[in-house]
Design a protein around this ligand. Sequence first.
Ligand code: ADE
Length: 271
Amino acid sequence: MRIDILTLFPEMFTGFLDGSLLGAARASGLLDIRVTNIRDFAEGIHRQVDDRPFGGGPGMLLMPGPVVACAEHVVACGLPAAPAEQAPAGPAAPVILLTPGGRRLTQEVVEELSRRERLILVCGRYEGFDARVRTALGAEELSIGDFVLSGGEVAAMVVVDAVCRLVPGVLGDEESARQDSFSNPGRLVEGPQYTRPREFRGMAVPDVLLSGDHGKIAKWRHEQAIVATRRRDAGPSDRSGEPSTNQSPVPTKKAPELTARAVETTPRSVP
Ligand code: ADE
């Protein structure tokens, strides 16, 4: 998969892209991730990239010229050489602007993005992009949540991290991605997991996990995932895992699994 990141702060990505999982996947050729500085496409001796908004208002906006020139250059760079008459109409690769007002990132969106051959992520700064950037590039907008970051760089890292671990071969163990929170058919949060020791500070590992009965273990894990999902979706006044009035992916029809209770969390000693 090829990912281009367009930013005014390329140095922010150095440690992130060289880190263990992404670094190894890039070295093995599974991922081709490139970072391009938008300022290299600005004009004038000051290489200006931002200006005040027309109509007034606080802060500065990213000017359309440098962003669009940078994105068009990157799009063209990744195209296989093809005769002009065979060139595809419209944008050859999806350009994605990271903005707080974009489509909300969920595991479903991450899965969709991971199936694409190419992503071009454009990081905003200041008060955002001039509105014509989106139109000129036929771009989509993506948000990592309902909060405002100082720029799109951290958001781009979130997208790259979540998407790349779904690219076949990157994790090494495809099954672990399938078992992640939100990746199961019901989009449930993963329930509690335990490793050694069998007892820690008076808290014992649930007996079922030591039983060796894989059917029982799978059933228990599913029940705990339902509880964890409810607890996550409950308002701050109800963290018990009981059904809440909030929207939840957990089925609301009466089923045996709806009687599931949270795993015991109070200390108990091992017999
Ligand atoms: N830029 C600033 N805030 C953002 C957000 N929440 N998601 C994506 N890009 C952003």
